[in-house]
Each structure stands twice: as C-alpha cells, then as structure tokens.
Design a protein around this ligand. Structure first.
Ligand code: KIV
Length: 273
C-alpha cells in the first residue's frame, strides 16, 4: 500500500504558494535537472523544484550559465517533471531566449510548457524585461521573477558578488520587486542581497519571496541540490550549508566498487544467475 497521502501533502500550485506565505509556512525549494534526483527531492517533501540554468555549471561543467540552450533545458525539465508528484516545477528560460524580445520570450515559454509539463518559467531581471514578462503572463503562463544577483548578467556585473549594497541599487530592486508583484508573478527569487533588504521586500510584496543568500526573513529558501548535498567540495560560499557530504560518501563507494572489481570479490555467489 502506498504511504503517499494526497490530503496530508496536497499538490503545490501557485495558489498554495501564496497561501503558504499568508499562513507563514516557509517554502522549501531546490533545483533538480533529472528524473532520479527529482524523485528523491519530491519524495522528501520539497515544495518547489527549479530546473535552473545552473544546469550549465552543474550538469555541463560551464563557467557561467550563459551557454545552456533552450533545447538542453527542455531535456532536463522533461526528466525532472517525470519524477515529480507534488512539488511545483519551475524552469529557467536560459540566456538569449527572452531578453529584449517579447515574441521570442512567449515562444520560449510556450515550448517549455508544451514540451515539459512544468508549471512556470523563471526569468532574470526587472524593468528591462517587463514586456517579455507581460507577454508570457498574457498567455496564462505563471512567471517566477529573479532579482539581485542574476547570473545571466555576470559579464555586466563583473562577478558573482553581493548585489544591492548601495542605496540606489537597493531602491531599484525594491521598485522591480513591486513591479513584478503587481504584474502577477507567482513568486520572486532574491539572490545574494543584504538580509535586511530581502526582509523588507518580503514584507511589502504579496508574492512569495524565495531567497538564496538573502537571509532568513523571507518566505522560503532555494539552493542548488548538488551544492547542499556537498557533492562539489570545491564550492562553499558563505550562504551555503552542506546538509550532507555526498562527495565523500560517493567517492568511498566508488573506490570500494573499483577495489572489489579488481579483487574479483564483486559479484559474489549470490550476485550471479
Ligand atoms: O539556476 C539556478 O539554479 C537558480 C537558483 C540558484 C535560484 O537560478
């Protein structure tokens, strides 16, 4: 008999995300890029799964998120959606598929929704991509905003440092967050900004605010799943907590496998036909 209880853990939707914010229930979000990981993440009760363009770094080994293509994102999203029963699945529109061109933005978002079965798309930016967001929303496609450190603009920023430290940038971010909220974005990611500013945004807007490196006074948290599982021991920014050390666990298991194969102790008598 299945232990899955739909009443105890109903499907996460845009309405449920808003309801969670209103009730003060924090939203737990993580990335995923494939079926196996998504099944584990969803089964653990994570509320929102983002097929992030961090796939460029984590899955493809790129230095930035810029190279990943829409076709690649759709492949990652298809596998992820097949592994999910309950979480709300969001897919990043990658660099070059929505900026400065609302028609292209809508076409990209429609492809994601039709081909993957995901429930929303995420776009990086505020005022400068307003028309693209409006066009996607006009088709009934939920949009998640993303402000603060927006990695697709790394070449403009000149790195991955803390954003909105100065008053002018903080003011712009606040205005952008209000704009995204009023346009009807179903959630907004705030990445690597001062905790006090993130808390103010979360207080002032009705859309759920999901933070990464934005302190605890927001409506939820998101991390890259491989990072929080400690699979990449070379990456440990201040905001990241390792909830496991899978790099060590996996390396030990792989070394054990190699040594047992070489010693001909794997497979044993019970592991053969
Ligand atoms: O691509 C990604 O993984 C993201 C999260 C870090 C928010 O955008």
């Amino acid at each position: 008999m299945s232990t899955y209880n739909e009443n105890a853990r109903p499907k996460v939707t845009t309405a449920r995300l808003r309801d969670m914010k209103q009730r003060g229930e924090k939203i737990a979000a993580l990335t995923s890029y494939d079926f196996t990981m998504a099944s584990i993440v969803d089964g653990a009760g994570i509320d929102m799964i983002l097929v992030g363009d961090s796939a460029a770094n984590v899955m493809l080994g790129c230095q930035t998120t810029l190279p990943v293509t829409l076709d690649e994102m759709i492949t990652y999203a298809k596998g992820t959606v097949r592994g999910v029963k309950r979480a709300f699945v969001v897919v990043d529109l990658p660099f070059g598929t929505y900026q400065g061109n609302p028609e292209l933005a809508l076409a990209s978002a429609v492809r994601v929704m039709k081909e993957t079965g995901a429930e929303a798309v995420k776009l990086e930016g505020g005022q400068e991509i307003r028309e693209s967001i409006a066009r996607i929303l006009s088709a009934g496609i939920p949009v998640v905003g993303h402000l603060g450190l927006t990695p697709q603009s790394v070449n403009k920023f000149g790195g991955y440092g803390l954003r909105a430290k100065q008053d002018a940038e903080a003011e712009r971010l606040l205005n952008d967050a209000h704009m995204l909220d009023e346009m009807g974005c179903c959630a907004i990611v705030l990445e690597k900004i001062p905790a006090e500013l993130a808390a103010r945004v979360a207080r002032e807007v009705s859309a759920p605010i999901i933070g990464i490196g934005a302190g605890s006074d927001v409506d939820g948290q998101i991390l890259v799943v491989q990072d929080m599982l400690g699979m990449n021991d070379g990456f440990k920014p201040k905001f990241l907590r390792h909830f496991a050390n899978l790099h060590k666990v996996m390396t030990e298991a792989l070394e054990q496998y190699a040594s047992e194969v070489k010693a001909a102790t794997f497979p044993n008598q019970d592991e053969r036909y």
